[in-house]
Design a protein around this ligand. Sequence first.
Ligand code: 1GP
Length: 259
Amino acid sequence: MTGERVWRYINDVLNRDHMMHLTLIDPDPLTLTPEKAGKIAKLAVDAGTDGIMVGGSTAFGILDQTVQEIKSNVSVPVILFPGNVNGLTKYADAVFFMSLLNSRNTYWIIGAQMLSAPAAKMLGLETISMAYLVVEPGGSAGWVGEAHLIPRDKPKIAAAYALEAETIGFKLVYLEAGSGASTAVPPEMVKLVSSTIRIPIAVGGGIVAPDQALDIVKAGAKIVVQGNIIEKTVLSDGGRLLKTMITRVKSEAQKKKAP
Ligand code: 1GP
């Protein structure tokens, strides 16, 4: 799919709910098969998530099949969240075309993007440019991406990067603490970034409790991304915890925007 259909969908959800919840699924041939990914996606959508992100760094040959399985289970957009140039598939609706702005290695800032841009075009994928900023502790994304990690107590650095991203023309800024991080991005950092830029801010990494998601949304995040906690809970509780969390966060976002 080309055009801006998914970008319009994102904006429609943000206009309607004042926030968006995305579920990240990281396929893995041993632990997260396509069939399991399809089930998780369905339960997450039933619980209220607005879209499915699919990582590619651990997919090892099952990315096409995983996205097809998810697509056959849900009707919300499936957006790729690639960890490298091999994270693309024509079966997805769009790709977050990311640049890890605080990497020390130009490969993660512009090299991988140069190598994969022709493939994204050839596959007909909608590209949504996203500035990716990795904050301490950073997890595997920080280690693999050779990030010069943004210190948790230095929100001004994150805000300066975000302003640079907005100035250059990125559509979104993603503040990443790392998948499975012991601590999520601090709300104080989200608050300063959101008061500095107008483009939407996505936040992910280590968000496991409803209160954490609430604090992040109150601080101004527009997109909350959760992966691990969803993979761990939805198959056993049928999506109850996730539904409670999304309902609370969406109702808080409505209050925040109420006149
Ligand atoms: C990782 O930010 C995402 O890139 C999601 O993190 O798996 O910790 O929810 P979690």
